[in-house]
Ligand binder design. Structure first.
Ligand code: ADP
Ligand code: MG
Ligand code: ZN
Length: 474
C-alpha cells in the first residue's frame, strides 16, 4: 500500500515519581488518602511559605535521563509557569523551561525507529477536582499538589499509533525497572500528550499539528491518534488546512474535539523561580547516579541468556514485567537451577499471575524455590509438584507440609527397587552377560527400565545405587 500522507507524532509523557515526599515540601507523596490530608502551607501556596527541593526527586529524574541516554545539564534551573485553575492553589506550577535536567536522549523501538528525546524536566503535579454531579458541586483535593513529575518530551520521530503506544509502554517499563515510578496507568502515574500531524508522503516539511491532551492508557493513546489521523486525512483530502490547536479525546465516543486554538493559547508568563536555587552537578555526581542504575530489561535479558543459558524467548517473557523478573531473580538466588526454575515458572506460575491485574505473586520466592527443588530431586514427582503449586496459589501453605498432607512424598522402598532389578536381570540374562564381558553401556538400559518400571516411586540416585551394588556382586 502506498499511503498519501506520512504520519508525524511527538509525545510529551508525564510520569509521577515514586518518592516518599513531595517535590518541594515534606508531605506524603503517595497516591490517594482522604482528601486534603497530604497537604501543608507550602504545597497549598500559603503566603510566605517557602519550597525546599527534594533531592530524591532530582536523583530519580537524572536516573531516568541516564537510562534513556540523555546528557545531564551541569547547570539546571526551575521556572514558574503561571496559570489559574482551581486545582492549583498557588496559581503557578514550578517547572523547567530552558535549563531542564536532561537533554538529547533516545529510545529505540522494535520497528527500528529511533525516537530522539528532546528533554526530560522535573516539575510538580497539580491537585484534583472531584465533581459531584448529583449535588452540582465540585471539590478540590490538594493531596496531589506538588507530587514530583518528570516530563519526557520526544522529537517528532514517531510514525504510527502503534509506535506511540510502544514508546509509552517502553518508558513505563524502564521507569519501573529504575524504581522511580510505579507506572500505574489506572492511578494516573503516567499520562501523555500526543502531537499529531500529516505531511505529503516523503516531504521533508512538517505539517501543522494538533495536540491531544492527557491520555492515560495505552489504548486511549493509540485510539486517539488513529482517530486524529483519520480526521486530518479528511481535512487534507478536502483541500483544507489543519488548525494548530489543543484537542481532547473522549474515550466513550472515540472522538477528539477542540479545547482551544493557538490564537487563544495560554500565555504562561514563565520566569525563573526565585525561591529555589539552581542545581549544579559535578562529574562525580553524574558518575554516582550512573552507578546507582539497576539492571534494565535488555540487560536482564542478556544476563539470562548468557549467564543462565535460557532461550531468548524465555528471557524475553520473564523480563516483560519487573515484578516477574524480580521474583525469578529472587528464586534463583536461593536455588540456582536457572533453567528448571524458568520452566516451572513459565508453565505453572505465569498464567496464574496473569489472571490478576495486581502485580503481586501470592507465593514467596523461597517457597517456590523449594517446590522446584523437590521436583528436581524427585522428593515428589513433577506432576505432584505442579499440584502443590496450585494449592500454594489457592490456599497458601508450606510446600513440604502440602506434600506430606497429600501423600505426595515419594516413598523410597529399597526392597521394591531390588525386586524389580532381580526380575529384570532374570529376563535379560543376555545383557547381564554383556555387562560382565565389559560392555558397560547396557547400564543405561537397566537404569531406564527400572525408572520406568517403578513409575516415579524411586529417585534416580537410589536406582543407580541399587543397580551398581547388584552388578558388582554378580
Ligand atoms: P510547543 O513549544 O508548542 O509546546 P514543542 O516544540 O515543545 O512545541 O513540541 C511539543 C511536542 O510536539 C514535541 O513532542 C514535539 O516532538 C511535537 N511536535 C512538534 N512539531 C510537530 C509536528 N509538526 N507534528 C507532530 N508533532 C510535533
Ligand atoms: Mg511544549
Ligand atoms: Zn506539602
Amino acid at each position: 500500500m502506498c499511503a498519501k500522507y506520512d504520519t508525524v507524532i511527538g509525545l510529551e509523557v508525564h510520569a509521577e515519581l515514586s518518592t516518599k515526599t513531595k517535590a518541594f515540601c515534606t508531605c506524603d507523596a503517595s497516591f490517594g488518602g482522604d482528601p486534603n490530608t497530604h497537604i501543608c502551607p507550602v504545597c497549598t501556596g500559603q503566603p510566605g511559605a517557602l519550597p525546599i527541593i527534594n533531592h530524591e526527586a532530582v536523583n530519580y529524574a537524572i536516573r531516568a535521563g541516564l537510562a534513556f541516554g540523555c546528557d545531564i545539564n551541569r547547570y539546571s534551573r526551575f521556572d514558574r509557569k503561571n496559570y489559574f485553575y482551581p486545582d492549583l492553589p498557588k496559581a503557578f506550577q514550578i517547572s523547567q523551561l530552558d535549563l531542564p535536567l536532561c537533554v538529547n536522549g533516545k529510545i529505540e523501538l522494535s520497528t527500528g525507529t529511533t525516537v530522539r528525546i528532546h528533554q526530560i524536566h522535573l516539575e510538580e503535579d497539580a491537585g484534583k477536582m472531584v465533581h459531584d454531579d448529583y449535588h452540582g458541586q465540585s471539590w478540590a483535593d490538594y493531596n496531589r499538589c506538588s507530587v514530583p513529575l518528570i516530563e519526557i518530551v520526544s522529537e517528532p520521530d514517531i510514525t504510527s499509533a502503534e509506535e506511540a503506544a510502544e514508546f509509552v509502554s517502553k518508558i513505563a517499563l524502564y521507569l519501573k525497572y529504575l524504581n522511580v515510578c510505579d507506572a500505574k496507568m489506572q492511578e494516573g502515574s503516567i499520562r501523555a500528550d500526543v502531537n499529531v500531524s500529516l505531511k505529503p508522503a516523503g516531504s521533508p516539511v512538517l505539517g501543522d499539528r494538533a495536540e491531544i491532551k492527557n491520555l492515560n492508557s495505552f489504548r486511549s493513546i493509540q485510539r486517539a491518534i488513529e482517530c486524529e489521523i483519520e480526521r486530518q486525512t479528511k481535512i487534507l483530502d478536502d483541500g483544507g488546512k489543519v488548525v494548530q490547536e489543543t484537542r481532547r479525546f473522549d474515550d466513550a465516543t472515540g472522538t477528539t474535539s477542540s479545547l482551544r486554538s493557538k490564537e487563544n493559547a495560554n500565555d504562561y508568563r514563565y520566569f525563573p523561580e526565585p525561591d529555589i536555587m539552581a542545581i549544579s552537578f559535578t562529574d562525580e555526581d553524574i558518575e554516582k547516579a550512573k552507578s546507582e542504575i539497576p539492571l534494565l530489561p535488555h540487560e536482564r535479558v542478556s544476563k539470562y541468556v548468557n549467564e543462565y543459558k535460557l532461550t531468548d524467548e524465555d528471557a524475553r517473557v520473564l523480563t516483560l514485567e519487573k515484578y516477574i523478573s524480580d521474583f525469578y531473580d529472587e528464586t534463583v538466588a536461593i536455588y540456582p537451577e536457572y533453567k528448571s526454575v524458568a520452566n516451572m515458572f513459565l508453565t505453572e506460575v505465569m498464567r496464574r499471575v496473569k489472571e490478576t491485574d495486581d502485580e503481586e505473586i501470592p507465593v514467596t520466592a523461597a517457597d517456590f524455590a523449594k517446590v522446584c527443588e523437590m521436583a528436581d530431586k524427585n522428593t515428589v514427582n513433577r506432576n505432584d509438584a505442579k499440584t502443590i503449586i496450585r494449592y500454594m496459589f489457592e490456599e497458601g501453605g508450606d510446600p513440604m507440609e502440602i506434600a506430606k498432607k497429600n501423600n505426595f512424598i515419594v516413598e523410597e522402598d529399597l526392597s521394591a527397587i531390588n525386586d524389580f532389578i532381580d526380575k529384570l536381570f532374570a529376563e535379560r540374562q543376555d545383557l547381564v552377560e554383556d555387562y560382565k564381558n565389559g560392555k558397560t553401556s547396557v547400564f543405561g538400559f537397566f537404569m531406564g527400565q527400572t525408572t520406568r518400571g517403578l513409575q516415579g516411586k524411586a529417585t534416580p540416585k537410589s536406582i543407580k545405587e541399587c543397580l551398581e551394588a547388584k552388578l558388582k556382586n554378580l
